[in-house]
Design a protein. Sequence first.
Lengths: 261, 281, 268
Amino acid sequence: MRGRGYETVKVAAEIAVPIAIVVIWELWARSADSQFWPPPSKIVQEFNDLWVFEQFRSDVVPSLMRILLGFGIGSAVGVAIGVPLGMSLWARKFAMPQIEYWRAMPPPALLPISVLLLHSIGNLQKVSFIAFFCIFPVLLNTIDGIRGLDPTLVDTARAYGIPAHERIRRIVLPAAFPQISAGMRISLSLAVIIMVVAEYFSSTSGVGYVLLISKNTFQLGPMWAAILLIGVIGYVLNLAYMLAERRMLAWHRGWRAATPQ
Amino acid sequence: MASATQETAATHLSGPEPAASETGGPRLSGALVFVLSFAFALLFWQAFSASGLVREQDLPSMTATMGELWNLVQTGSFWAAFLQTARGWAIGLGLATLLAVPIGFVLGLSDLAGRAFRVPVEFLRPIPSAALIPLLFLTLGPTLESEVFLAAFGAFWPILVQTMYGVRDVDPVAIDTARSFGVPTRERLWRITLPSAVPYIATGMRIASAVALILAFTAELFMGTPGLGKLLNYAQSYGLTTQLYALALATGALGVCTHVLFTAAERRALRWHPSQRAEAV
Amino acid sequence: MLEISDVAKSYGSGGKVTHALRSISFSIAERELVCVVGPSGCGKTTLLKCIAGLMRPTRGEVVLHGKPVTAPPEEMAVVFQEYNRSLMPWSTVRNNVLLPLRHKKLSKDERTRLVEESLEAVGLTRFIDHYPWQLSGGMQQRVAIARALAYQPLILLMDEPFASVDAQTRGDLEDLVLRVRDEFGITILFVTHDIDESVYLSDRIVVLTHAPTVVKEVVRVELPSPRDQIATKELPEFATQRAYVYRLIKHDTTAPAPSTLVGEGLHD
């Protein structure tokens, strides 16, 4: 039977298993002594050497800026387009085939084109490339959120003659926000991935650039450090977003808990 | 919420219901609107490139690009590449599914296993597979194996996570009822847990399918593994701009095909399941 | 003040037409509290939406103070049945009540005053900075009523507002409606399926048939005011009137009309 004892086992496993994995990896890597698979201890050391002070400003900051700007602009555009599309059946019918096409396009396929059209491999190109693909998860979720708007709420707004701009600002957007936020969370993760790919393809700075250089110069240490950093960036950004979302959607949790669905 | 209600809410926002024969009128079939939408986009492109705002070298006209696409589609090398990309995608996705579903079941069903591996999963998940490209290039080289590994690694996580959700989301009442009737564990898993988890797995596969395609293509673009990505790289290196655009469009079409395939599958799997609020991506 | 003339509403076209409302006509005078009752599915909500300007009738018209209603008029406020879906969960009670006032030409102080007064009238001053979902069902409906009151309408439409509320709370809310009518002098059109409620509240009751719906009879309620949940319902007149209305709805017209009732006959 389950009981207190079993719970302890679970907690112990939760702690022990990750540690065991790292230890096993460390031991195996040390004995294998392959330059491709350094032990975790070495990776952490490279990580510190490379990122903690050295190249933080020259590479990490530009990458973060690109992610955040691309994410921000993409989300804003996604909402801006999503609101009218969510509210108008015909606009939606007309636009959906286009949207479905572009959202299914694998981002790397447009990399060469983005460099060509914008004549650069600088920040403008990076940010706009990231922003473009960040539009779609937010756009689709905005449309979904608005379509799911409760008809009673809509009737209430109309019955009280609330003008369009007030309706959108105080009813439509807040009501759709939980769904929009889910889309934004996806866009954020997407932004990280696209940033890496875009920088790897053509850049003179950034974490993706370091990844590329380390491959070209056959330096596995920095490469692993870069991989680790990218994982950390993704994790931290996601965590930060979730914390922010929790604050902004406190009302939503309270409402869901209190209302039988 | 039923989609009917959603449609009504949307039309409500634009004003009071029109009298009597309202939504009648244009039974403008979905197909016609679909065609019109693309026709409009293509014409817009043509007009834009004709306007001269962007140089011909940077943005070829729509007609030129379509012509190039037509030429491409008649070459054997294009289809070879197309199939190579599709192959990398399919094998990667298949491999990921084969691994992620059983593992997801185990981690979902066993609280002990789920908790034991929670940290490793949470740690490995956020690593963008694309970051592994240089590593794969140096170890496995520009081969199908690299492409498949990359695609599979990326596709693995969404399927794993969704399978775990699906397994955990099984209605406990259904399980208890089966238990009280003495239904053996294997039967329970097969007849209750699995069907209940299928919609989630379908969602996971839809997401994974997109990830796998992106990664297969990226592997080709960056490593030179045979496929559409490699063709694109080639076109870029040799300044074949029109071909660049044509290939991008073709890749988009492949993306749409896989997306439509798995969305349809997901919808079928969701048909008899009480709706779960899946993220719209 | 409110004239409903020959209002009809149909859905669909060609072969598959549904006539929800065939022809509805009645009128409401100032300060009256009129209830609309009828069998389930007779289109009471549809009728209310047509009157409120949320729906356009297929035929006929609604005239408020001489002006035809084509869109929700400013002099009208609506309270819906599903309170938890008509209040905004992301706003406090205060901001919920405030929302319809924002686009009215009022000063900030005026708005604050209206909000506070209307919440006081419904007895929710203490909860002004709570969120609606933190309140009970009855209290949420009171917020909706306060919102309608703050809007300062001349006529209040209520669509089965207490159907989702428990019986005891319902009694309190019914008394609240009566009090509000007396205090603020507003006209009220109250849709309900609860016959007891309709007899308790009304000056007149519009009884509908089932679809295709017409007005079966408009019954004047002769019960003393002010009404009381216990005293009024103890009166024998209450029982007879209630029975009369009940029979109207159940199509049983064999019982003689009691002497305290004045029926206004059929409207076609």
